[in-house]
Design a protein around this ligand. Structure first.
Ligand code: FES
Length: 548
C-alpha cells in the first residue's frame, strides 16, 4: 500500500468509517472531509485507515432506511472487531447513519468520536427560505389543493437543496447529531456547523487529531454514555423540538450502553424542559440561522440546571466546561428559558387500550384544538390502501374523522417507515382543513407536522389493538391526560381478536428474514433482540496476529 513501517508501527490505528455514497446527497462532501480527518490523524501521530460503510440514504432507500439501521450497526461493530483498529471516527449525519454508527461502536466499545455531516445551507424560492422536508410537505399540500402549479413544484425541487449536508430543518438528522453532541461523542459545537462552511473542514481535522489522543487516554464510549449523558440527550432533543424518531433511536442506543432508558423517561422530562430552538417544523428558522445564533452550545447554556453538566465528553472535558463560554447572538432563533417558544410538553407519551405499550405525539407540531379530540375512525388496512383511497371522493371522511393506518410498524411495513403523517384528503384541504388526527404504528419524518400519533405498540401486524379498529369506531385522544382510547368494549375487542389472523411474512430469507425474526417493538427501540445489552467484547474477539 506504499507505507513504510515507520508510518504505522507503534501508532494508534484509526478506522475512519465513511458512509459516503453517490446515492446519498447528505454525504456528498465526505470524500473531501475524510481527507481532512486523515490530515488530523496524521498530524497527531496516528495512522488513519478509511473504511467504507453502508450509506443509508433517506430519500432513496425503500421501503425505509430504518429497515437497515441495525444492519449498519452490525457492520460498524464487525468492522471495528475484525480489523486492527485502536479507535474510530464515525462519519455520519443522514438520519439513521448517526444512531447506527453509534450503536455499533458502543457495542464494540473502542475509543470513538462522531464526525457529523452538518446541515445544508437553507433553500430559497421566490424570496422565501425553504426548509428540507417541512416545505416539501407544505408545498405538496398546496399542489394537491391547486394553489401552486406543477412548474412551481419543479422550481421548488430545484431550489431546496443547495449544498452538501443533511436536512437543515430540525428533522431527524439535526436532532440526532445534536443528541450525540449532548451525549459527549462529538467535539463541542460540531453538529451545528453547516456542511459547506470552511469551519466544517477544520472541525473534521480537529476530530481526527482528537481521536488519537482518545486512544492514548483509553477514553471509551462506556465512560461517556452514562445515564446522565442520556438524560442530557433527551433534554436536548426536547429543547430543540426534535424528531419523534429520536425516541426510538435513543432507547436503542442507551440499551447498547447498558442504560435502561424507556418511554416514561421522555415523558417525565418533557413536562419540565422548554422548547428553546425556533427552528422548523416547530418554529420559524433553519439550521444555518441556528449556527449563526450560537448553535447548540448556546442553547445548552440557556438550559441551566436542566442539564447534568458534570458529564464527561469526547474532548476530555465536562459538558459544563464545553458550554461555559457559549453565548446567544440572536434570541429570536435561540430563546431563553424565561421566554421559551413552548413552555413544556414538546413530546408526549400516550397510553390506553389502543396503545398498551405506548404511543408518541409531538404536540408543538399539532393544531392545538386537536390535542383533545373525539372522532370516528376511517381505517386503512395498509399504506397501499391509504394511497389508493385517500383522495377517493366517496371516502366517508370529514375534518373530525380520525385516520387510522395499520401495518406500518416494525414488522408490518416492514421497517416502520415514515408513513405516519398520512395526507389530509385533497377535498378537505381545498375546504381549508389543514390538520386531522392520524394514528398509526409508523414513524414520521422529523420534518413533518400535524396531530399525528405514532409508534403505537404493540403494532397491528402482531395483533396489537390497532389491528382491531374498524371504520366508524370512536377514538378519543387526550394529550394533556396522555391517553389514547378506543371506545369499544373489552368484550367486543376480545371477539374481534378471536377472528384476527396475521399476514404472511414479507421475507422468508436473507437480511429481511433476520429483521422479522429479531426486531423489537418501537417502545424497545427496534433493536434486534440478540444485540441489546452491554455484553463485554471478549479479548478473543479482538486479539489476533494482525492486531497492532
Ligand atoms: Fe439525509 Fe434528510 S435526506 S438527512
Amino acid at each position: 500500500m506504499g507505507f513504510d513501517r515507520s508510518d504505522y508501527a507503534g501508532k494508534p490505528v484509526i478506522a475512519i468509517l465513511n458512509t459516503w455514497s453517490d446515492i446519498n446527497p447528505c454525504h456528498t462532501h465526505f470524500k473531501q472531509r475524510v481527507e481532512d480527518v486523515k490530515r488530523g490523524v496524521w498530524a497527531a501521530g496516528g495512522f488513519p485507515i478509511e473504511m467504507p460503510a453502508m450509506s443509508l440514504s433517506e430519500p432513496f432507500q425503500k421501503p425505509t432506511t430504518m429497515l437497515y439501521r441495525n444492519l449498519l450497526a452490525m457492520e460498524t461493530e464487525e468492522l471495528l472487531r475484525s480489523y486492527p483498529a485502536d479507535g474510530a471516527v464515525l462519519m455520519g449525519g443522514c438520519d439513521k447513519t448517526t444512531p447506527a454508527l453509534v450503536m455499533g461502536a458502543t457495542s464494540m466499545n473502542l475509543p470513538c468520536i462522531f464526525m457529523p455531516a452538518g446541515p445544508m445551507l437553507r433553500g430559497n424560492w421566490g424570496g422565501a427560505a425553504l426548509g428540507s422536508g417541512s416545505d416539501v410537505w407544505k408545498y405538496w399540500a398546496e399542489l394537491r389543493a391547486g394553489r401552486i402549479t406543477d412548474q412551481d413544484w419543479l422550481d421548488i425541487e430545484g431550489c431546496i437543496a443547495r449544498s452538501p449536508g443533511h436536512c437543515m430543518t430540525m428533522g431527524t438528522a439535526s436532532t440526532m447529531t445534536s443528541a450525540v453532541e449532548a451525549l459527549g461523542l462529538t467535539l463541542p459545537g460540531a453538529p451545528s456547523i453547516p456542511a459547506a462552511d470552511s469551519r466544517h473542514a477544520l472541525m473534521a481535522a480537529q476530530t481526527g487529531r482528537r481521536i488519537v489522543e482518545m486512544v492514548w487516554d483509553d477514553l471509551r464510549p462506556t465512560e461517556l454514555l452514562t445515564e446522565a449523558a442520556f438524560r442530557n440527550a433527551i433534554t436536548t432533543v426536547l429543547a430543540i423540538g426534535g424528531s419523534t424518531n429520536a425516541i426510538v433511536h435513543l432507547i436503542a442506543m442507551a440499551r447498547r450502553a447498558g442504560v435502561p432508558l424507556g418511554l416514561d423517561d421522555f415523558d417525565a422530562l418533557s413536562r419540565r424542559v422548554p422548547l428553546l430552538a425556533n427552528i422548523r417544523p416547530s418554529g420559524a428558522y433553519l439550521m444555518e440561522d441556528f449556527y449563526y445564533a450560537g448553535g447548540l452550545r448556546a442553547l445548552l447554556r440557556n438550559l441551566g440546571d436542566l442539564l447534568q453538566i458534570g458529564a464527561l465528553t469526547a474532548n476530555g472535558r465536562s459538558l459544563g466546561e464545553n458550554i461555559a463560554t457559549a453565548r446567544v447572538c440572536d434570541d429570536r432563533v435561540i430563546r431563553s428559558a424565561d421566554d421559551p417558544l413552548v413552555a413544556s410538553d414538546t413530546l408526549a407519551v400516550l397510553r390506553g387500550n389502543l396503545a398498551p405499550d405506548g404511543a408518541v405525539i409531538k404536540p408543538p407540531a399539532a393544531e392545538p384544538h386537536l390535542l383533545r379530540h373525539r372522532g370516528r375512525a376511517v381505517v386503512f388496512r395498509d399504506y397501499t390502501d391509504l394511497t389508493a383511497r385517500i383522495d377517493d371522493p366517496a371516502l366517508p371522511v370529514d375534518g373530525s374523522s380520525v385516520l387510522v393506518l395499520k401495518h406500518a410498524g416494525p414488522l408490518g411495513a416492514p421497517g416502520m417507515p415514515e408513513w405516519g403523517a398520512a395526507p389530509v384528503p385533497a377535498r378537505l384541504l381545498k375546504n381549508g382543513v389543514k390538520d386531522m388526527v392520524r394514528i398509526s404504528d409508523a414513524r414520521m419524518s422529523g420534518t413533518s407536522y400535524g396531530t399525528v400519533v405514532l409508534h403505537v405498540a404493540p403494532e397491528s401486524a402482531i395483533g396489537g389493538p390497532l389491528a382491531l379498529v374498524r371504520d366508524g369506531d370512536e377514538i378519543e385522544l387526550d394529550v394533556p391526560r396522555r391517553t389514547l382510547t378506543l371506545r369499544v368494549t373489552d368484550e367486543e375487542m376480545a371477539k374481534r381478536k378471536a377472528t384476527w389472523t396475521p399476514r404472511p411474512p414479507h421475507f422468508t430469507r436473507g437480511y429481511g428474514r433476520m429483521f422479522l425474526d429479531h426486531v423489537l417493538q418501537a417502545n424497545e427501540g427496534c433493536d434486534f433482540d440478540f444485540l441489546r445489552g452491554a455484553t463485554p467484547v471478549r479479548a478473543a474477539d479482538t486479539a489476533g496476529p494482525s492486531h497492532a
